[in-house]
Design a protein around this ligand. Structure first.
Ligand SMILES: Cc1cc2nc3c(=O)[nH]c(=O)nc-3n(C[C@H](O)[C@H](O)[C@H](O)COP(=O)(O)OP(=O)(O)OC[C@H]3O[C@@H](n4cnc5c(N)ncnc54)[C@H](O)[C@@H]3O)c2cc1C
Length: 576
């Protein structure tokens, strides 16, 4: 073990090796700009690899009437009018070109017999618009981008945990961190920094993110650097996450299980969707099914472990093996459970952060000069509900665009900033946590935070619960100052978990305060004390620190897009 400090310098630093970070780095390298990429988990295994269903672009390979304007209109409709129209335009208009780039990098898209890229329905899209690579679109995307990055010899250090962004007088000049294996510190200087560190869904107990992923690092890093957070309360819950085993709680059971004829029952054996959507039953929309399951559990008709039953065992075994192979395999691997004979215990699971770091639509620059944010870390595209398949395309379109913007920004700098004070603050922060030997255990506090968020800021919220949640977060903020961290020969993971917790506590506070402020029910955000949509709240909520929330007006939707807007049914279409 060593505490030596490594000094590095680059033109543009990318933090995050998921789809968005890699795509930005590729653009920078293709432009001839010096770039370095950091990540806190192996580059071949970023969260992006989990994406299954597909990626959207109005290619019109299947439905020739499709246009980017229609894609934009569907995105805005699904967002309950909280998406930023300019951001939506950038993504939908740039989507086809981004798919072409992926073809150029050799991505193995599913194709029709004549070579056209296949596209399928996915959620509330007017047309078949989702391109895919089997059931493993995210994995194939990540492999494709890693391969391209290797061809371009892009340096990637994927065992570096970034603890702080380095800022002087509101201008970014790098980042500070440590190596997870041996603890070596890294002070990295850069003209521009791109934050591609994912969302904050791991602050709930059940989440489709894996352990130590999506702990809210983007929110903490940005806010501490002087940035702001937009709409942190807008988090999408997926109806079917596993309950067990605890460290995989929330792992998704694909909505295909309901699509194929799966039946939902409460612990009394009642087919409860009759109460909530008697016509569509289990084929109702994701938010309604999540709300229904949540209500059954809250009202005491759930299983003793707090779930409901999803049963496909009445379907022919051959159908299950043919159409739901990933669900079958996941349940076998995690629970040794045979879904052809036994029902699955599920509960709603936090799935996607629609809010994130505040960014400008034109270049995803933040309030801090030279700092950019992309991917699930950023905000603007999804509003109060994400259209299935829109996340992956956002990574690519903005990855490319931000790569270019950061390259141009770097090229016009005359000097590279430095601040010894900022650097020594960053060092002191790591030292402080590392040498603290308090009685509090990080994993225990993480669990307490997740329990509080699940109890008070889950699928349905109300003022009393949110205030209670804030009270518990205040207690955790205090206890966090007494954690004991014990790196050992195996590595500095304990230190990383302490920083994860710091980030999660900030993300939780932002989420609770914004959820309190949004006194309405809209899209993913259900307030039992304000059950109706409030037109005066057709605004974004921008959080800049404890107790500071501003309302940001949303620009009008241009006529060439609004002309295409109408409600689109998601019946019988999968969304993941
Ligand atoms: C089960 C599942 C299915 C999905 N299916 C789809 C789908 O079909 N279509 C779709 O469009 N979307 C889908 N999504 C959503 C989509 O996969 C994600 O939104 C997207 O991949 C996020 O990519 P990203 O680049 O923003 O971040 P990530 O892939 O989360 O990468 C974040 C990176 O940041 C790094 N990082 C974080 N904090 C730090 C730190 N402090 N220091 C250093 N590095 C750090 C991590 O190591 C990682 O490399 C799905 C999600 C899940 C969970």
């Amino acid at each position: 073990m060593t505490n030596a400090e490594q000094q590095l310098a680059t033109s543009v630093l990318v933090i995050g090796t998921g789809g968005s970070g890699l795509r930005a780095a590729i653009e920078l390298a293709e432009q001839g700009t010096d770039v370095l990429v950091l990540g806190k988990r192996p580059k071949t295994d970023a969260h992006t690899t989990l994406a299954a269903g597909g990626i959207n672009a109005a290619l019109a390979t299947m439905d020739t009437a499709d246009t980017w304007q229609q894609h934009a209109a569907d995105t805005l409709t699904e967002s309950y009018l909280l998406a930023d129209p300019a951001t939506v335009r950038v993504v939908t208009e740039g989507a086809a070109e981004s798919i072409k780039d992926l073809e150029r990098y050799g991505m193995a898209f599913a194709r029709e017999h004549d070579g056209r890229i296949s596209q399928r329905f996915f959620g509330a899209h007017t047309f078949r618009r989702t391109a895919f690579a089997g059931d493993y679109t995210g994995l194939e995307l990540q492999r494709t981008l890693v391969r391209r990055a290797q061809q371009l010899a892009i340096p990637i250090l994927d065992s570096i945990y970034v603890t702080r962004l380095l800022v002087d007088d509101n201008v970014i000049f790098g980042a500070y961190g440590f190596d997870l294996g041996h603890g070596t510190r890294y002070a990295i200087r850069a003209d521009a920094v791109i934050l591609a560190t994912g969302g904050h869904t791991r602050i709930w107990r059940r989440t489709s993110s894996r352990r130590d992923e999506n702990t809210g690092d983007a929110l903490r890093l940005a806010v501490e650097a002087g940035g702001r957070i937009r709409d942190p309360e807008l988090v999408q819950f997926h109806p079917s996450g596993l309950i067990e085993p605890e460290d995989s709680a929330g792992t998704l059971v694909s909505e295909a299980a309901r699509g194929e004829g799966g039946i939902l029952r409460n612990d009394l054996g009642e087919r409860f969707m009759k109460r909530y959507d008697p016509e569509r039953m289990e084929l109702s929309t994701r938010d309604r099914v999540a709300l229904a399951a949540y209500t059954e559990i809250k009202e005491g008709r759930g299983t003793p472990r707090g779930g409901v039953w999803l049963d496909v065992s009445h379907l022919p075994r051959a159908q299950i093996m043919d159409r739901l192979p990933r669900v079958y395999q996941t349940l076998m691997d995690l629970q040794l459970l045979d879904i052809t004979t036994t029902p699955i215990e599920i509960a709603p699971t936090a799935h996607y952060s629609m809010g994130g770091v505040w960014v400008r639509p034109e270049d995803h620059g933040t309030d801090v000069e030279g700092l950019y944010a992309i991917g699930e870390a950023s905000s603007g595209l999804h509003g109060a509900n994400r259209l299935g398949g829109n996340s992956l395309i956002e990574l690519l379109v903005y990855g490319k665009l931000v790569g270019r913007a950061a390259a141009a920004y770097s090229a016009q700098r005359d000097v590279q900033r430095r601040s010894r004070a900022a650097l020594s603050d960053a060092r002191a922060e790591v030292d402080g946590i590392l040498h603290g030997d308090g009685p509090e255990n990080v994993r225990f506090l993480q669990r307490a935070l997740r329990n509080a968020m699940t109890e008070y800021a889950g699928v349905v919220r109300d003022e009393a619960g949110l205030l209670r949640g804030l009270h518990e977060v205040s207690e955790l903020e205090e206890r966090l100052t007494h954690v004991g961290v014990h790196p050992d020969i195996a590595g500095f993971y304990d230190l990383a978990h302490a920083f994860d917790l710091k980030a999660s506590v900030i993300a939780a506070r932002a989420t609770l305060e914004a959820a309190l402020e949004r006194r309405e029910t809209r899209g993913c955000h259900n307030r039992s004390d304000y059950p109706k949509l409030d037109e005066r709240l057709q605004v974004n909520l921008v959080w800049s620190g404890p107790g500071r929330i501003d309302r940001e007006p949303i620009h009008a939707i241009p006529q060439d897009i609004s002309a295409h807007m109408r409600a689109v049914s998601a019946d019988g279409k999968l969304v993941e």
